[in-house]
Design a protein. Structure first.
Length: 610
């Protein structure tokens, strides 16, 4: 382990609170020990950040153009400290907001369809289909997933995911960091476009995340502790007052924990984080080498889930539907400007006047008078341009057509399927499901990709909860069995709805054929259907609670108990006891007959010959 670094306890930013900040001294109690490996590591990180910045450049410029027309607030030109102008207007290029509204509809539809906090959207299960789930396994799955739901609800997960879906729709990429948190168990962070850099490994999955962002002196002290801050931050903290609001650019990287070469040391290699961790994470202040980083730690798994709308092989960044709609959005912005100019020229046209009116007062405002001298050639004051009124409907119709293309690129027709449904309305549930499925087909790959990233984040949340002993021990039947996250979100359920509708249709048809077969004296056609398996499949497609369904072993035990009860009721001794009881009743006189006849008549029957 490098001298001066502790990897046993939680890092400072996992327990950062204002309470912790209030305990920070004016001056550090002692100067933190230098880390001799930091010099080589700092040089490596500076060079790597420059390389990642070069590879990102073409994407970065493209993001700026996308942000200009779709969401200016989610792009940072450069991470520069102390930008006091950051509140200036940023969306002067947008005069037609159709693109912005379409982004909100698409991002909101993805959020409510995939991670709706008001409905279940995932469940835990075994990754091995052939492993039978006993009652203990089912109880563990249900208890654990309920705890995960509770942890996500009290964290900022759903807020972050709403913005992540918007970033994914606009620029095609949204990296979400998942940290352990003292107050909320887990906490998520989503850097802005222009702040972060990404790298991928040979499996074409992300293994490198880096960013540059700004923090004030006060935020740095709270996040990393005064002892770990460089001297200039410590001085500002000691000066107090407005000094604590001065900003610095903080660098952050998570990358594979490979060895670095140290040519000035006899050892020859440097490793800031122990080799038992596959990934290392470091924070430092940009351009300030000092004698140690702000923080250094290791991870057993990559703690960042990177959402990509679509990916080209070996590209660290994704492509988005807004890239498809960019040309249309540029066109509609220009056409909207020209339409406004057309209307203004009709209402306030440029005017011409005789030369004699030069330097004379003139106005086209209502109730104002302009005195002119008209000669024999024509008017003394006249409009130079009179737009043709027939052009306005054509211009308006073309703007509407372009806006429809933008909305189609952003799947507004998918998420507003019922509202915008035109033509003949569906007559039943099957037709409605089929129409919705036709729209959802284009989103199938995106849904699958997004669910894959969500499963990474959920697995990390589960690992944190297990480490904090918030999850019950695994039952014996689940030991050494890999777990799987299945998604039951609204969009996934909509895709599975056709299966449920088809099963209902088949069973209804089978019921009709059953009656026809009985009338014809033929064997029942339902015998070709495995009713138990069909019931389980239908319950799964409808997201029926797993705890309310018997396992196959429990069904077999119940069937066996029922058969035993029936067999006991039909046993010879039971039949003989019934015969003896009837004989006793027949010999018992009640004055108006026997007790047996009275019992039969009380049930609405008659005795033979009576």
């Amino acid at each position: 382990m490098p001298d001066g670094l502790d990897f046993n306890g939680p890092v400072n930013y996992e327990v950062m609170t204002t309470t912790l900040l209030s305990r920070q001294p004016v001056q550090p109690a002692r100067k933190a020990d230098p880390v001799k490996e930091w010099g080589v590591t700092f040089n490596h990180l500076t060079t790597r950040m420059n390389s990642l910045r070069t590879w990102r450049y073409s994407w970065w410029t493209y993001w700026g153009e996308l942000a200009e027309y779709f969401s200016p607030k989610r792009w940072i030109y450069l991470a520069v400290a102390n930008r006091t102008w950051r509140g200036s207007p940023i969306n002067d290029q947008i005069v037609d907001s159709t693109g912005l509204q379409a982004v909100r509809t698409c991002a909101g539809g993805m959020w409510s369809g995939l991670t709706n906090p008001n409905t279940p959207w995932f469940k835990l299960g075994s990754a091995l289909n052939w492993v039978k789930q006993d009652a203990a396994a089912k109880a563990w799955f249900e208890s654990t997933q309920n705890k995960i739901y509770a942890v996500l609800a009290q964290s900022n997960f759903y807020d972050i995911m709403h913005q992540a879906f918007a970033d994914e729709v606009i620029i095609g990429t949204a990296p979400v960091i998942c940290y352990e948190d003292y107050d909320d168990v887990v906490r998520f962070y989503l850097p802005c476009a222009g702040e972060y850099y990404l790298g991928i490994g040979p499996r074409l999955t992300h293994d490198t995340f880096a960013r540059e962002f700004t923090l004030t002196c006060l935020q740095i002290v709270e996040m990393f502790g005064l002892e770990n801050c460089p001297s200039d931050v410590q001085k500002l903290w000691a000066d107090e007052g407005g000094s604590v609001d001065q900003e610095f650019v903080v660098c952050h990287i998570i990358e594979p924990n490979y060895l670095l070469a140290d040519r000035k040391s006899s050892k020859g290699t440097v490793q800031m984080v122990p080799s038992s961790f596959p990934y290392r994470e470091l924070y430092w202040i940009k351009g300030n080498k000092g004698d140690r980083p702000l923080s250094a730690r290791g991870f057993m798994s990559f703690p960042v889930g990177v959402f990509l709308w679509s990916q080209v092989q070996n590209d660290a960044y994704g492509r988005s539907p807004c890239m498809d709609a960019l040309g249309d959005n540029k066109q509609v912005q220009k056409e909207t400007l020209r339409k406004a100019e057309f209307i203004e020229k009709g209402v306030r046209p440029p005017m011409g006047a005789n030369v004699q009116m030069k330097n004379e007062p003139a106005s086209i405002q209502p109730a104002h008078i302009t005195y002119v001298t008209a000669d024999q050639t024509g008017k003394g004051f006249w409009p130079l341009f009179e737009p043709n009124p027939a052009w306005l409907p054509a211009l308006t119709a073309d703007i509407e057509l372009v806006n429809q293309r933008i909305e189609k690129c952003l799947f507004v027709d998918v998420f507003m399927a019922i509202t915008q449904m035109a033509g003949v309305q569906p007559r039943n549930e099957l037709e409605l499901t089929q129409r919705n499925l036709e729209r959802l087909q284009s989103l199938g790959p995106v849904i699958t990709s997004t669910e894959g990233t969500l499963s990474v984040l959920l697995q990390r949340v589960l690992d944190i909860m297990i480490r904090r002993k918030m999850v019950d021990p695994l039952p014996p039947s689940l030991r050494d069995v890999p777990l799987k996250v299945s998604f039951i979100s609204l969009m996934r359920m909509a895709q599975r709805a056709s299966e449920a509708v088809a099963m209902k249709d088949v069973m209804a048809t089978a019921g009709g054929l059953e009656s026809a077969a009985q009338a014809a004296g033929l064997p029942s056609p339902i015998r070709v259907i495995n009713l138990d398996k069909a019931m389980r499949e239908y319950a799964d497609s409808q997201n029926f609670p797993i705890s309310a369904i018997y396992t196959e072993e429990e069904v077999a035990a119940n069937d066996k108990a029922h058969a035993a009860a029936m067999q006991q009721a039909q046993a010879p001794q039971n039949l003989m006891a019934a015969v003896q009881a009837a004989h006793t009743l027949s010999q018992t006189s009640t004055g108006g007959g026997t007790a047996l006849s009275a019992a039969v008549q009380g049930m609405g029957g008659t005795m033979p010959g009576g």
